[in-house]
Every structure is written in structure tokens, then in C-alpha cells.
Design a protein around this ligand. Structure first.
Ligand code: SF4
Ligand code: SF4
Length: 444
């Protein structure tokens, strides 16, 4: 249930060093612009063209964005974050380009460098702006095209680039490979928590993430306890356990596809009918919602977030819980890519209800929940720390207003970002994991 403070400190220190030695690709300004434009050209479709031309400048998307809300700085208005893409569309693709071209400045390498901060440091891809736009403009999709364009132009921030290079070249994230996973599994085994590793065939394949292995092994232990209690035929695979997908968040589709393909290949090899994802919002998006599209094939297994799986098992009467006797109060933080993007909103609440906890909804919640401020890989970008801290204050205020003793979430990245914000602010409220809460309440 608790996080090892020394491990958390080590992890924060490792974030300070991340990307320092990452060599940046030498690319001329002309080539950067050419690559970005080519990506824009490849990605823009009819629906995006409509989105790029229907803004009525109402400003509602700004009020939806935690970074604008926290700073009141107009440069953080979502609609501004894809301005170079709009200019590109007007000059090069619009049916009225002959009219726009003389009055619309071409994008430059300097523009791309300026927008790097707005697109990576000041957008978590949370999608809250999409929901608020009265014109139905999918702003986060357009900002993601900006990310993809910047990634192709070699303008991913160094920290994310370091992680992307690592996953692309070594299939590891934060240095966590098969050896480190085995170490943790052996340690849990000595505590009596069995994790079946590398079974040839299994009904259920369970994935984890590097941050779970490094910081939240209690969540991995909790997952094992639940599956063992259910008597599930399950396994983890030392050559296919990583659910994090750095390409999805950096905007590099080659890395995204490679990471997804690796999971799918391993799941097929062990005959899994269900793949359970750990507590990670972007991992859910990468496999559950984008996996089939990225690979161009139907996935031969179901994909469930751990919170979905638990809710289903409780609902079916297979997983029995005892209610906590102390009547502690909790609030729930919806990870954007599980909740707003993924639709996993009711399930964690059903689980919290089944646990008999005094559940208190925060002011923003469910589909309209404010992001933790560090999603989409943003919490690794050192430059964005002051901005993230301002966004954290929104969450802190909302959590405090509930009066709840504990914040529960089901995304390790949200958890880390909230813990970093709390650490900086000297805020004492614990931020805990849903799966750990469930494992601690399994009926005898
Ligand atoms: S997706 Fe989220 S972080 Fe990005 S601009 Fe929209 S509201 Fe802001
Ligand atoms: S909410 Fe929609 S219409 Fe209003 S400014 Fe933002 S993008 Fe434009």
C-alpha cells in the first residue's frame, strides 16, 4: 500500500538525469520543416479539415484546459496549440488556398521549435477541450498531429526522446528488462505471492509497466493476489511484459507500432484469450483502442484494464470482498485515457462501492475530470515542472474540498505525477492504487 520513499527519491533523481546524454539528430532547418509538413500532409483527413475551419473563437476550450485554467495565459489555449497545422492547411490544402496563400505565413523551423513547448510541455492529450468545444472540434487529435509532425522533425523533448530511443532499441523503459522483472517476482515469491512467469500457454496474459516494477510492486503483488484468488490460468512473460508505449506519447508511430506488435505477438504465442493491462491510462489507449488500427489486424483476444477486470469479477460474484471496518473516506481521480478517452468510468466506482468505502466525488470527475497535469509523458519533461505544479494545485484543491482521507487512482503515471506535486507542495494526502485497495480487502 505504501511506496518505498527511497525508491521514489531515486526515481525522481533519475528523472533529473533523463535525456542529458541523448544525442540530438543533426537536421537542417529546411529538412525539419519538410518532414513536419510531410507528416501533416499524411495525417490530415476530411474530418480534420472541417475541424481546422470551423472554430468560432468562443474560448470555451481554453477554460477546459488545466494549463490555461492554472495560468490564464492565452498561449496555453488549446486552439493555439495547433496554429502551425492550421496555417499549413490554409496555405497548402484548403480549397481556398489560392486566396489564403498571400496572407498566410509559411511555417518555419523556428515555429516548430516554439510549438515544441506548447505541444509537449503544455498538453497532456487529455481531451477535456474536445468535450467542451461547441463546434465538436477534436482539438486533442489536431494537437496529436502536431506531436507527430514535431517527432518526425526531430523535435521530441530530450527526456521523452531518451525513453523513446530506449524502447525502440532495447525494448526496455527506464532500464527495466527481464532481469529486473524476475528480481521483483522472486522477492514477491519469497513473501508467498506467486507470479507464474513464462508459462507456455495461459488463458490470461498480465502486463505490467517499468514504473510499476520500480515503484509500485505492491500493485503487481495485488494483481497476483487477485488472479490467484480467482484461480485464473495466467502468466506474465519475461519477453513481453511492458505495457508502456513511449511512441504513443512521443508521437513516433514506428516505436508505437513496434511496442504494440511485441505484446500482440507474445499474447498470440501463449494463446491468451484475455490480456489484462496494469494501472496505466496510456497503455490502455495503446492496446485497447489503437492496437488493432496500428497493426491493421483484429486482435485475437480481449483487452481489459485491471479496474474493468476487477469490476467484472465482482459483478459476476467470483471475487468476494470484505468491507473495511474503519470507514475511511476516499475520492477517485479518473485517468484521462481510461476515463474520458477509454470509457472506464463506472467500473472503478462500482469497485469502490463494493469495498464499502465512504466515496466522495471531486468537483471535476468522470468524463469531465481535470487531468493530473503530467500525462502523455509530460511528467518526465524537466522544463514543464513549474507548469505541472500549477496544474497540480487544481487537483489538490478539488481533492481537499472532498474532505476524503485518500485519493485513489488506477494509473501509475497519474499516481507518480500527483505524488511529485504533493512532494513539492508538502501535501500529505496519500495517493493510492485501486488494485492494491481491492487486494487488501479480499474476503477470507
Ligand atoms: S488535450 Fe487537455 S491538455 Fe491538451 S489542450 Fe486539450 S485540455 Fe489542454
Ligand atoms: S471551443 Fe471550439 S470553437 Fe471555441 S475557441 Fe475552442 S476550438 Fe474554437
Amino acid at each position: 500500500m505504501s511506496v518505498d520513499n527511497a525508491a521514489f527519491r531515486d526515481f525522481r533523481e533519475s528523472l533529473e538525469r533523463l535525456g542529458i546524454d541523448t544525442p540530438s539528430e543533426v537536421i537542417s532547418d529546411e529538412e525539419r520543416v519538410r518532414r513536419a509538413k510531410q507528416t501533416f500532409m499524411d495525417k490530415l483527413d476530411g474530418r480534420m479539415a472541417v475541424d481546422l475551419t470551423t472554430c468560432v473563437h468562443c474560448g470555451m476550450c481554453a477554460e477546459a484546459c488545466h494549463f490555461y485554467e492554472a495560468t490564464q495565459d492565452e498561449k496555453y489555449a488549446p486552439v493555439h496549440k495547433f496554429e502551425p497545422l492550421r496555417r499549413f492547411y490554409r496555405r497548402e490544402l484548403s480549397p481556398m488556398r489560392w486566396l489564403f496563400r498571400p496572407f498566410t505565413r509559411d511555417i518555419t523551423a523556428q515555429d516548430l521549435e516554439t510549438w515544441q513547448e506548447l505541444v509537449y510541455d503544455a498538453c497532456t492529450g487529455c481531451g477535456r477541450c474536445d468535450m467542451m468545444c461547441p463546434m465538436g472540434i477534436r482539438l486533442s487529435t489536431l494537437i496529436n498531429v502536431m506531436r507527430q509532425g514535431l517527432a518526425s522533425a526531430g523535435l521530441v523533448p530530450a527526456e521523452l526522446q531518451a525513453l523513446q530511443n530506449e524502447q525502440r532499441d532495447s525494448d526496455t523503459v527506464f532500464g527495466v528488462g527481464a532481469g529486473k522483472l524476475r528480481e521483483v517476482i522472486d522477492r514477491l515469491g519469497r513473501q508467498g505471492i506467486e507470479i507464474p512467469l513464462d508459462k507456455d500457454q495461459a488463458e490470461v496474459l498480465v502486463l505490467t509497466t517499468a514504473v510499476e516494477v520500480l515503484l509500485f510492486s505492491d500493485a503487481l503483488a495485488a494483481t497476483a493476489k487477485i488472479l490467484n484468488r480467482l484461480g485464473a490460468d495466467w502468466t506474465m512473460l519475461s519477453q513481453g511484459f511492458e505495457a508502456a508505449n513511449i511512441g504513443l506519447v512521443s508521437g513516433d508511430e514506428v516505436t508505437q507500432k513496434r511496442a504494440t506488435a511485441k505484446i500482440v505477438e507474445q499474447a498470440k504465442a501463449c494463446g491468451a484469450r484475455t490480456v489484462i493491462l496494469p494501472e496505466s491510462g496510456h497503455a490502455y489507449q495503446a492496446l485497447r483502442w489503437e492496437g488493432a488500427n496500428v497493426l491493421g489486424e483484429v486482435l485475437p483476444f480481449e483487452v481489459l484494464a485491471m479496474s474493468e477486470f476487477i469490476a467484472r469479477e465482482i459483478d459476476a460474484g467470483r471475487l468476494k470482498l470484505k468491507s473495511p471496518a474503519n470507514g475511511s473516506s476516499v475520492t477517485y481521480h479518473d485517468p484521462c485515457r481510461l476515463g474520458r478517452h477509454g470509457g472506464v468510468i463506472e467500473q472503478p466506482r462500482q469497485v469502490l462501492k463494493a469495498l464499502g468505502l465512504d466515496f466522495r466525488e471531486a468537483d471535476s470527475n468522470g468524463r469531465e475530470n481535470f487531468c493530473c497535469g503530467g500525462g502523455c509523458g509530460e511528467y518526465v519533461i524537466k522544463r514543464s515542472a513549474p507548469l505541472r505544479q500549477k496544474a497540480f494545485e487544481i487537483k489538490k484543491r478539488e481533492f481537499d474540498e472532498t474532505g476524503a482521507d485518500t485519493v485513489i487512482t488506477s494509473c501509475a503515471n497519474c499516481r507518480i505525477n500527483l505524488m511529485i506535486g504533493a512532494d513539492n507542495a508538502g501535501w500529505q494526502k496519500p495517493v493510492e492504487s485501486l488494485v492494491e485497495k481491492v487486494a487488501a480487502s479480499l474476503a477470507e
